[in-house]
Write a protein that binds this ligand. Structure first.
Ligand code: AHR
Length: 638
């Protein structure tokens, strides 16, 4: 029997109310939600729960920061057109007109309306944190474009502004060549995160090229007219400019108009966004106004796709998705699509995977996840265990190229040394996906996407937990057990940890040794330290659980009391770590999710169907202090 407290019933009523309001047009809906600007789009499906009598399965509420900037108008259009392809999906949206307090009210109204999921593009991440986090207690929340403080949301989708800036910088280097030139940078709204990140990436890409000079940089609020006025006065002061880099296409168009009015020819204009339609970036490149634009999706389409997956309780939902960008010039217009769909193969998709080896419990779980997901997705997986040797991984990738697999994926043992073999893959037109670990290369185009954890954040989490446990001013003498030398997780986890303890001078790393992510090596190096007389330490920070467990063994063998005399924090969250926590030996584990198989197979399938892959897909992860171990252990999947 359903009671009034039945949550499905409580939710069904407002959804049905909204659906009725939407059927009988805007008047009744506006009556229902007077303070909001609301528009409804009836569309079609996620598979959803049982259908309402009017055919609506899910109601999604979208809270926009504003609907005046071209970027946001396009984002809304992307959301609506993607929603229109899904059966039984209804979208309701609001416009906060750039007011954080209005957006807080909008979110409250959308929740009252009974939305099943919220998509929020915040006016201001800090001001919206509380409202978003509170909403997340009730329904899944997808953040678009800007994030909030902490992790009180389901999924973030946004551009990789730093990557966009670097890509623009790399292009300017090509364009100006060794002779260099004078560049004017037009930024969006001063101090806004995308303006800062694009500018940082841009400047970093120009580092080491002193002949390319940024002679002026000013903000124009993302607006065409402001850019036009400001660039016109710049030209009056000093007209010696070779290239204008604007942080969106609209501002680039404004600057171009100013140059034309001043009779200035020969300046090249570069923009960002690459929208289609009249005066969109693509059209401006076609007309020769812009030399290039960097096209990036608004994330609206992806938000609706993931909303359906989340509502359908699909596995492998990441925590953050950073969208890719694509350079569009007159020469590349013909091939504006990133790649054609590889449909109708008439056979199974072939995926080559070069695994690092089997160094840890994490890696074993990762391998199991990849193999199981490939089977479920009916993908022909060619899997090679590369025995912790970079040379073996390179040979494996070459063998995949020779076999002409459809996609190559691998977890790079170390960050560098991949350029040559990845260029061979590119020459053979085989896309490469980095799974779990990333690479460092000046050529950003050597791989399609990265999927895995944020290792720097994991290091920060370990340090934050430590400080919260021991106190701000505790005398912490830390032994660090590092992962494989040169590996992405070892570098990131060290960096993130050191970043946090830098604010706490009483926290010192007294010894730091390479434990190669292995139990046996962790045990050996810890034994060596102890046998050399190291006793003056009260913390162990291990870059993975296996090394921490090895160190615990070494300490036990020497009559020490790990977990009591020494606080031990490590990363991964494997079952053995939970058992050690339950036994009082380990103090905390920071999760690093090895279950990447479903994400990888989705990326492969998306690529094969012609979809543009995000630049980075970051997994959802938690943190587990010892006190949670007993309750959490039975649910652990690895
Ligand atoms: O790259 C992920 C790391 O590699 C895991 O944390 C570690 O256990 C593994 O071997």
């Amino acid at each position: 029997m359903r009671t009034l407290l039945d949550p499905t019933r409580r939710r069904a009523a407002p959804r049905a109310r909204a659906a009725r309001a939407a059927r009988s047009p805007a008047v009744s809906l506006l009556g229902l939600l007077a303070p909001l600007l609301l528009i409804l789009a009836l569309a079609s499906s996620c598979s959803g729960p049982k259908e309402e009598p009017d055919g609506v399965k899910w109601l999604i509420g979208v809270s926009h920061a504003n609907l005046t900037e071209p970027w946001r108008i396009t984002m809304n259009r992307d959301i609506l057109s993607e929603a229109a392809t899904k059966k039984g999906l209804r979208v309701v949206f609001t416009d906060a007109a750039d007011s954080a307090s209005k957006q807080i009210d909008d979110i409250a109204h959308l929740l009252k309306l009974g939305v099943n999921l919220l998509i929020v593009s915040p006016v201001d991440g800090d001001a919206l944190t509380q409202a978003v986090t509170a909403a997340y207690q009730k329904v899944p929340v997808i953040l678009l474009d800007r994030t909030v403080e902490g992790y009180g949301y389901t999924l973030y989708i946004g551009p990789d502004n730093y990557f966009i800036g670097r890509s623009v910088g790399a292009y300017v280097r090509e364009l100006l060549g060794p002779r260099g030139g004078r560049v004017v940078e037009i930024q969006g709204r001063a101090g806004s995160p995308p303006a800062i990140e694009r500018s940082t990436g841009f400047r970093e890409a120009l580092a080491g090229r002193p002949l390319i000079r940024i002679v002026d940089s000013f903000g124009a609020d993302w607006l065409r007219d402001t850019a036009q006025d400001k660039f016109a006065s710049r030209l009056k002061r000093d007209g010696r400019v070779d290239v204008v880099v604007a942080q969106n296409d609209t501002m680039a168009l404004g600057a171009w108009k100013a140059a034309r009015a001043a009779g200035r020819a020969g300046i090249r204009f570069i923009g960002i966004d690459g929208f289609s339609g009249e005066n969109g970036g693509i059209n401006l490149v076609e007309r020769g106004v812009l030399t290039a634009t960097f096209a990036s999706s608004t994330g609206g389409k992806q938000a609706v796709d993931y909303a359906c997956d989340i509502l359908d309780k699909a596995s492998g939902i990441p925590k953050k998705i950073f969208l890719s960008c694509r350079r569009v010039t007159a020469g590349s217009l013909v091939n504006a699509a990133s790649h054609p769909p590889i449909a109708g193969l008439g056979r199974r998709v072939v995926l080559g995977y070069a695994q690092t080896g089997d160094e840890s419990a994490w890696r074993t779980a990762n391998t199991v996840s990849i193999k199981a997901a490939a089977k479920r997705a009916d993908i022909d997986l060619r899997f090679i265990d590369c025995q912790l040797k970079q040379a073996n991984q390179i040979a494996a990738i070459r063998s995949f190229i020779a076999q002409r697999v459809d996609v190559i994926a691998f977890s790079p043992l170390v960050e560098t040394g991949w350029d040559e073999v990845l260029r061979e893959a590119r020459a053979a037109r085989i896309p490469v996906i980095l799974s779990d670990r990333s690479i460092r290369s000046s050529d950003e185009s050597l791989y399609e996407t990265f999927l895995g954890a944020d290792f720097i954040e994991e290091g920060r989490r370990a340090a934050r937990w430590l400080v919260s446990r021991l106190g701000d001013h505790a005398a912490a003498r830390i032994v660090e057990l590092r992962g494989t030398e040169g590996a992405d997780p070892a570098i990131g986890r060290k960096q993130g940890f050191e970043e946090i303890i830098a604010d706490h001078p009483s926290y010192r790393i007294v010894a730091s040794v390479d434990g190669d992510f292995q139990f046996s090596v962790g045990k050996r190096v810890m034994s060596e330290l102890l046998d050399r007389g190291l006793r003056d330490f009260n913390v162990i920070y291990a870059h993975n659980d296996d090394m921490a467990l090895g160190a615990i063994e070494a300490m036990k063998e020497r009559g020490m009391n790990p977990g009591k005399d020494v606080t031990i924090v490590s990363i991964d969250g494997v079952r053995a770590a939970f058992q050690a926590m339950r036994a009082g030996k380990l103090s905390c584990t920071v999760e690093c999710n090895p279950l990447l198989g479903p994400l990888l197979m989705k990326a492969v399938a998306d690529y094969m169907s012609g979809k543009e892959l995000p630049r980075r897909i970051i997994t959802a992860e938690g943190i587990f202090p010892a006190e949670t171990a007993a309750a959490v252990l039975p649910e652990r999947k690895y």
